[in-house]
Design a protein around this ligand. Sequence first.
Ligand code: BGC
Length: 380
Amino acid sequence: MHHLPAEPIGDDELRALARRSHDVIAEHQAPSGAYPASPTFSAYRGYAWYRDGAFTAEGMSRYGDVASVDAFHDWASRVLVARADVVRSLVARAAAGEEIGNDEMLPTRYTLDGEVGSDPWWDFQTDGYGTWLWAVVTHARRHGRDLARWADGITVATDYLVAFWNRPCYDWWEEHVAHRHGSTFGAIYGGLSAVAGAGVLDPVRSETAAATAERVRQVALAECVAGGHLVKWVGSDVVDASLASCVVPFGLVPVGTATADATIATIRRDLATPGVHRFAADVFFGGGQWPLLTCLLGWNELAAGDRDSALERLRWVAAHATPDGLLPEQVDDHLLHPEHRAEWLERWGTVATPLLWSHGMYLVLADELGLLPPEESRWS
Ligand code: BGC
């Protein structure tokens, strides 16, 4: 059990954890450039996800580790280029009206060397490719990198998403494959709208990406809203904390619009204490609170002008680091379904720690709050 300190954590400690977060991510980045999801956790060891990796890259890019992030995007682009023919064939078959099985689609995670890997997984998820497009464009813009370096991978991801954005798939949490999920729409919108305006695609593809992004937005607003807020999937009436990404960073529903405000307010009401749960029915490791989602909500609160709440979220996350400064995937002091914890501990062992995505999101929120260490003390 972790205990919140009586005194709020001070800014210096928050900065120190940012530095530690950078170092943890850098230490575990593979020579290939991949960011492993969690180097020590039984079920994730040896694998890298586009979703985790892209958000981790965003944190590292904000920290200023350009070389690390370039290497990650090199890996991500290379993995896609190696599957350019597969994607070309999938797109052609879909255009011809052929049935395509989920097991034929691109996987969601790869080995650190960019192979598919032999362990079965809940593999068909499109959001990670959208998040990657958003992350690579955002990084290039921030640091003046030439996107031409990643153009071939960007082209493959764009073609794939343009063809398959509306196809049901697993969500951010690798569940409910039969549904179309609000946060998947958000990530694809974010990715396609980012590349459409980045000058990296040929003009026809740019236009197609822009038109598809707009179509994603329209469908999400028409079909994936209930009670005024975005919902977990088309037909659901509840929120999932990942939906905050549809506001910031992806902009599917811009900050300050009624749908955005209602989505964030519902997540705050139903899922945040200040630590943030994934969704009310979550039983994974008993349904604890996720540092990465706590940072995502804080990022949104800050964008809406609520600095106090954002800082409280960052402090909550920092209070749940291990004594040696590692952030877990989830925290267990407020469980929604404690009766389900033991079965996961038996199956997969203790909660993934460190989870690199948690550290990446910590860097994002720390940067937003101006709480990265000063440039001269960021590096050893
Ligand atoms: C989570 C995914 C995540 C993966 C690797 C899964 O348990 O549901 O969101 O991408 O772990 O961290």
